[in-house]
Design a protein around this ligand. Structure first.
Ligand code: AG3
Length: 283
């Protein structure tokens, strides 16, 4: 029996049975593998770390997208940095009046996701409301004159090509691409096994925005417990939207979800004490 042995963290590894290898390639930028697993369906890994699986991607992407969009309430333009599998884009396309710019550095990720895991993007790349840019996200946000209401940083973990997407400089450049009251959401790893990532992002985002925190969701294929999404905005009201208001926006948006509910949205911001302590701990 073949095993995929993740090796992303020291001291704990995710091992997945590989039923069939679907595709394997060293792209110019990353080492990409797609394989079939009974529990997760097709799994895409980059540089040895699981990025997306057919069966649980809805959790990760619904929480990435619907939380900021429904918290903000008036989003018309969204920038996605990374996210080449198209999972975030598919959730964004559910919001009728939303247009998306998706900037990914690696064209192969997009092409292979569309070909071998088509339900993940679900046609988002064919939607005229989506503009695809193949570019270095860092360079893109530094140079663009355009502005967005929400920026979703759907990056790999901070190793390899994804590392620059966790720097204060990059966050600052993202901030200058936001409309007033805009929100930045980051993929911030699994706090139990990636404490320093959480702490670093908290400090860097905290130096730039008035309201910085994290919200949580458990993604079964991201080993080690709940995952943290970074939340950064200058408008603290977005985090205080009443449940009744979120429910109203959810209904009005007409989106169909399998994980997200307004109640889950609110509850996701409740941080267990050990995670709160990580944020203020001296390191
Ligand atoms: N973004 C999240 C990658 C997280 C990987 N971490 C892990 N395996 N524990 C990837 C792109 C998904 N759209």
């Amino acid at each position: 029996m073949q095993l995929f042995d993740e090796g992303l963290h020291s001291g704990v590894n995710l091992a997945l049975k590989v039923d069939t290898v679907i595709y394997e390639e060293k792209t110019d930028l990353q080492d990409l593998v797609i394989f079939e697993n009974k529990q997760f369906g097709r799994v895409m890994s980059l540089d040895g770390a699981v990025q997306t699986t057919e069966k649980d991607e809805f959790i990760y992407h619904e929480m990435f997208v619907h939380v900021p969009l429904l918290a903000h309430g008036e989003v018309s333009r969204v920038l996605v940095i990374g996210g080449g599998d198209g999972g975030a884009a598919r959730q964004l396309m559910k919001h009728q009046n939303t247009s998306v710019t998706l900037v990914d550095i690696d064209r192969s990720v997009i092409e292979l996701s569309r070909k071998y895991m088509p339900t993940v993007s679900g046609g988002a790349f064919d939607d005229p409301r989506l503009e695809l840019v193949i570019a270095d996200g860092c360079k893109f946000v530094k140079e663009t004159e355009l502005r967005w209401d929400v920026i979703i940083i759907d990056s790999t973990d901070p190793h390899g090509p994804g590392e620059v997407l966790y720097t204060a400089e990059f966050y600052g450049d993202c901030k200058s691409c936001l409309t007033a009251g805009g929100i930045i959401i980051t993929q911030n790893g699994v706090p139990f096994v990636q404490e320093s990532e959480l702490r670093t992002s908290y400090d860097r985002l905290g130096g730039l925005f008035a309201d910085v925190t994290f919200y949580l969701a458990a993604i079964p294929s991201y080993v080690g417990g709940v995952m943290a999404y970074g939340w950064a905005t200058d408008d603290a009201n977005h985090r205080k939207v009443a449940l009744s208001k979120l429910a109203e926006r959810y209904l009005e948006s007409g989106i169909a979800t399998d994980y997200y509910t307004p109640e889950v949205h609110q509850a996701a911001f409740a941080l267990p004490l050990h995670i709160q302590k990580m944020l203020t701990k001296e390191i």
